[in-house]
Design a protein. Sequence first.
Length: 196
Amino acid sequence: MSPKQQRGEATVEQVLDAALGVYAASGEPGLTVSAVTRASGVSPGSLYHHFGSIDGLVTALTLRWLGRLLDRLSGALERTRTARSGIRAVVRAYLDFLREHPDAARLVHSASADRYGMAHAPQVRAAQEARLSPVAGWIQSRTDAGELAPLPAPLLESLLLGPVVGVARRWLSVGDVDLDEAVRILPDRIWQSVRP
């Protein structure tokens, strides 16, 4: 990588880090070009060069953290031996991610992220394919082994992650969910819905 490319990557990281800080402090309405450039020390021209617009920046930031969440889930699955232990590992990994990165999790689960995801689902899926493939492969291998109900993969994925996403959204928005309790209860409830 050339020195210019390294500087460009460093600038992108600097802007993304600053943007998450602005989002944490001011929410999505506070994510403006002036707020991000002030926080990052990067010029508006540089921000536009790397992201095209503030919407491009928000999209890049959301995809960055979605990727990190998916990496966490994939890593959790790699260390499991059974479908049931995989479900437990995914629930724990997802909820631990919330605790460790609440601001990033709030962005990933935000209405704007949902709108973008609905409008650009094929592009998001393609961009995250390397991270989604291990999860899909795990589901398929466990289904083929008879450890999971023989349901279409999208339905199994929804049954596995839907309850966790619901708890995450509730914790992020209302805050009345005990995550330790969720880690204890959800895996067995999810298991009941996907076991053969």
